[in-house]
Design a protein around this ligand. Structure first.
Ligand code: ZN
Length: 77
């Protein structure tokens, strides 16, 4: 599942060279804003699943930690 304002990394870089995207809309389709150039694309969650990087580099993980704060309260399972 994708959340609003979540940062995601794609396997392939966008034409601007960035692979960082912010989720700006969730629903039947997902809208992503490229954090390199600000362009917005729309994908189905199925397509997005295939484009997302499954394993992130340390640099990407630390970017996420700084820019994508987790909801700490959400630990009930
Ligand atoms: Zn871009």
């Amino acid at each position: 599942m994708y959340k609003l304002n979540q940062i995601v990394f794609t396997k392939k870089n966008h034409v601007c060279g960035s692979n960082k995207w912010k989720v700006v809309r969730v629903g039947v389709d997902i809208k992503l804003e490229c954090l390199g150039c600000g362009r917005i694309i729309m994908l189905s969650s199925y397509e997005l699943d295939k484009k997302i990087k499954p394993i992130l580099s340390k640099k990407e993980l630390s970017y996420l930690a700084e820019n994508n704060p987790q909801d700490k309260a959400d630990t009930s399972e």
